[in-house]
Write a protein that binds this ligand. Structure first.
Ligand SMILES: Cc1cc2nc3c(=O)[nH]c(=O)nc-3n(C[C@H](O)[C@H](O)[C@H](O)COP(=O)(O)OP(=O)(O)OC[C@H]3O[C@@H](n4cnc5c(N)ncnc54)[C@H](O)[C@@H]3O)c2cc1C
Length: 413
């Protein structure tokens, strides 16, 4: 069936991504009598699912406690608290497993299909939609939305180089960070938080990390404008990445955007060691008799810092032996190791996952139903909302949860 043949729908879902599919499947499974249509502007649905997690799709995270789960969302955590008590990662796991897509958990909590292939997830969603009788129209873009005089909506779409008009009783917008949709929403009276990127790497040109691409430190603390994160740090060709940096980028996404991605990053290469603790260990190294004639550069005081990084961090000491290092130099070393300042000069791309913060103002959405508080019979799910999580499967989880909640109500006509 093509949409040129049918113009009246019970439910239209704009956006064939994870949020749109989850809502459509839930709605159609609960009420098989309804005509449910997904319109998708791309030639294939679920594009991001396919490329996600480096082609493996990090479906969710093994965090099954809603109160803890919300701490992984720089924006939207509070609003998702109740939503996660209704549908959380455990439910996601059951949902996919009951349809033959088994998930596994990695050491850091990220959950992937056992096949390590994102197509498993995309196919599972497509098959579930097909079985539930959801109609899917690719190459169909939402152009405009008008409230109908007797309820419902008239919507304008672009398909096969033509403008078509459709009618629907209920409309769900799950178009991700699409700017056109956000403009449509403004025209309907919604307020929009400006979208800006989240989850990115830092461009840093600094001789202390020059030539060290690929070197990582297991536990560091990074700080920027009173936002602090702990975790692994990876030095890249362009600067710094790794979980600690990515989390910092997510929490500081808006501030960094406003500063045009220029800021000072403070790195404690010794995780949570204080200046005094580091100084004490450095002093012991200097005083230790076996060390007196050994070079600082080739005899690190801390095993957690890889030798090639240590050499570059202590470069200012030159060729000196431990025994010849002055008190002032020891203090400078302690400072370099626990509070090294690095100038961030821009943002890079984290290829495994990227998201946008900003979108529909959460105050204007009822999180029990995902229904608009501004426009009757209008619903939202996924990244179109001002919600974003840190990397690790949290972004898909908010799409599954909000899609599922919306589906529960969309089915009631
Ligand atoms: C490279 C990459 C890797 C990622 N990896 C992960 C991961 O492993 N784990 C994780 O949790 N998150 C990951 N994410 C984030 C995750 O993909 C998103 O958070 C998630 O896809 C959001 O789902 P959504 O359905 O809201 O939006 P989208 O997935 O963006 O889907 C929206 C759909 O709407 C369509 N659309 C847009 N405008 C219109 C319109 N006007 N008319 C009709 N259709 C329209 C789009 O073409 C798209 O198909 C990744 C993101 C990227 C970019």
């Amino acid at each position: 069936m093509t949409i040129t043949m049918k113009n009246n729908w019970d439910v239209i879902i704009a956006g064939g991504g994870p949020a749109g599919f989850f809502a459509a499947i839930r709605c159609a499974e609960l009420n098989p009598k309804l005509n449910v249509l997904i319109i998708e502007k791309a030639s294939q649905t679920l594009g991001k699912v396919i490329i996600s997690g480096g082609g493996r799709c990090n479906v969710t995270h093994a965090c099954f406690e809603p109160a803890q789960l919300i701490t992984y969302y720089p924006r939207g955590g509070n609003e998702l608290r109740g939503a996660f008590s209704r549908f959380q990662p455990q439910d996601t796991v059951k949902w996919f497993e009951s349809r033959g897509a088994k998930l596994k958990t990695e050491a850091d909590g990220r959950m992937f299909p056992v096949t390590d292939d994102s197509n498993t997830i995309a196919e599972c969603l497509r098959e579930s939609a097909r079985k539930a009788g959801v109609k899917v129209e690719p190459r169909t873009s939402l152009l405009g939305v008008e409230k109908g005089q007797r309820g419902g909506f008239k919507i304008e779409v672009w398909k096969d180089a033509k403008v078509l008009h459709l009618q629907t009783k209920k409309l769900l917008l799950a178009t991700g960070s699409d700017r056109k949709t956000l403009e449509i929403l403004k025209s309907l009276g919604h307020s929009i938080v400006d979208p800006v990127p989240s989850l990115f790497t830092f461009n840093i040109k600094d001789k202390r990390i020059d030539g060290l691409a690929g070197v990582s430190v297991e536990k560091v603390t990074v700080e920027m404008d009173s936002i602090t994160q702990r975790g692994p740090l990876l030095i890249t060709h362009w600067g710094m990445s790794g979980p600690a940096v990515l989390r910092l980028s997510a929490w500081g996404a808006r501030e960094l955007f406003e500063k045009k991605y220029r800021a000072t990053l403070t790195v404690n290469w010794l995780d949570d060691y204080s200046f005094d603790k580091a100084l004490d260990i450095l002093q012991r190294n200097k005083d230790w008799k076996d060390n007196v004639r050994k070079k600082v550069a080739t005899n690190p005081a801390f095993s957690q810092i890889p030798l090639n990084l240590w050499k570059q961090l202590v470069q200012f000491v030159g060729e000196k032996n431990w025994g010849d290092v002055s008190k002032a130099e020891l203090r400078r070393l302690a400072n370099e190791l626990t509070a090294g300042g690095f100038e961030v000069q821009g943002k890079g791309q984290f290829k495994e996952e990227f998201v946008t913060c900003g979108g529909v103002n959460l105050k204007e959405v009822d999180f029990k139903t995902m229904q608009s508080r501004v426009v009757e019979d209008l619903f939202f799910a996924g990244e179109v909302l001002d919600i974003d999580g840190i990397t690790g499967g949290f972004n898909f989880q908010s799409s599954w949860t909000t899609g599922w909640l919306a589906g529960n109500i969309l089915c009631k006509q």
